[in-house]
Design a protein around this ligand. Structure first.
Ligand code: NAD
Length: 328
């Protein structure tokens, strides 16, 4: 049996991999994969990692030197892997779409909860405080939503927003005319949207796409939703916009420095990231811990596709879901 080192394990990952696995001897590690933990991959044929692993050049080289033959990501995004370093050494496969509905529906949940302050109402009523002052939201019906990135998740989110009776603006360098939205340039979208939702990947082009310049253009009172990647938003610029009342609020499933915090119970620790601590403290910020993917359907698909990706490799078949650097 081929040996698989499985990093960033949580009980919910394990349940689905144990259910579907037939071909691999899996060793589960709670640690993230990085250049330190890559040292323990000696003797493993394959390595599996998730979104908060940092698979830099040193991590790739250490795995390669130890005989690891393939890296299987359990995520769609791969911005945490140095693909240039992997080229010619370790093929990298991913799960391109495990449930775009899971993430689009989580974006909707965040939007609804933030707008109607459900998270604050829940805390109040748990304490038998039935006062509703300060919980006023807006009708989403008739408002304009701007969707940045109209791929698999973005287009489902657009359909949901159309269902709510919202007007949909969209920005994507590769527009798809079959989508029921009005494509505009980014500046127009920013200055005309009441809600802005990010559904593009993190690349050098999209890093801090919502930064100081963008916040200067964003319509006053807009709501920002980010379920894609944290570094799409400049967190300091977001804090500034919140502090100055420029936006109505923000709901974030991702944060640019999330790797040290998300998925861990930090409740009895000092949060050393002041920006995160300040964001959490704001009444008009709602943060979830990168859980957009967390549905039963998505977890089962992640396990199924990851194991199939590994089977393809070890059976010498072409890799359906390989991600490669364009060139070295
Ligand atoms: P996708 O590849 O299907 O779509 C991405 C879209 O973004 C494409 O249409 C692409 O043309 C567009 N795009 C690229 N560069 C852009 C730019 N500069 N400006 C605007 N649009 C741009 O990806 P997807 O499956 O829809 O996933 C979107 C993102 O969601 C992923 O990259 C990932 O970061 C994130 N994601 C988050 C979770 C979660 O749990 N929160 C889970 C899965 C995916």
């Amino acid at each position: 049996m081929k040996k698989l080192a499985f990093f960033e394990t949580k009980p919910y990952d394990r349940a689905y991999f144990d259910k579907l696995n037939k071909n691999y001897e899996i060793t589960y590690f709670e640690e993230k994969l990085n250049h330190h933990t890559a040292k323990i991959t000696e003797g493993f044929d394959a390595v599996c990692a998730f979104v908060n692993s940092n698979v830099n050049e040193m991590a790739i080289n250490r795995m390669y030197e130890r005989g690891v033959k393939i890296l299987a990501l359990r995520s769609a995004g791969f911005s945490n892997v140095d693909l240039n370093a992997a080229l010619g050494k370790i093929p990298v496969v991913r799960v391109p779409a495990y449930s775009p509905h899971a993430v689009a529906e989580h974006a909707l949940a965040l939007l609804m909860a933030l707008n109607r302050k459900i998270y604050r109402a829940y805390i109040r009523t748990r304490d038998f405080n039935f006062n509703i002052a300060g919980l006023t939201g807006v009708d989403l019906y008739g408002k304009t939503v701007g969707v940045i990135g109209t791929g698999k998740i973005g287009r489902i989110f657009i359909n949901i927003c159309n269902g709510l009776g919202m007007k949909v603006l969209a920005y994507d360098p590769y527009p798809d005319n079959s989508i029921d939205a009005e494509y505009t340039d980014l500046d127009y979208l920013l200055s005309n949207s009441d809600v802005i939702s990010l559904h593009c990947p993190l690349t050098s082009d999209t890093y801090h796409i919502i930064g100081t310049d963008a916040f200067a253009k964003i319509k006053k009172g807009a709501i920002i939703i980010n379920t894609s990647r944290g570094a799409l938003i400049d967190s300091e610029a977001l804090l500034y916009a919140l502090n100055h009342g420029n936006i109505r609020g923000a709901a974030l499933d991702v944060y640019e420095e999330e790797a040290d915090f998300f998925y861990e119970d930090m409740s009895d620790k000092i949060i050393t990231d002041d920006t995160l601590a300040l964001l959490v403290s704001r009444p008009n910020v709602l943060i979830t811990s990168h859980q957009g993917f967390l549905t039963e359907e998505a977890l089962e698909n992640i396990a199924d596709v990851t194991l199939k990706n590994l089977d393809e490799f070890f059976e010498g078949k072409p890799l359906t879901n390989e991600v490669k650097a364009a060139k070295k």
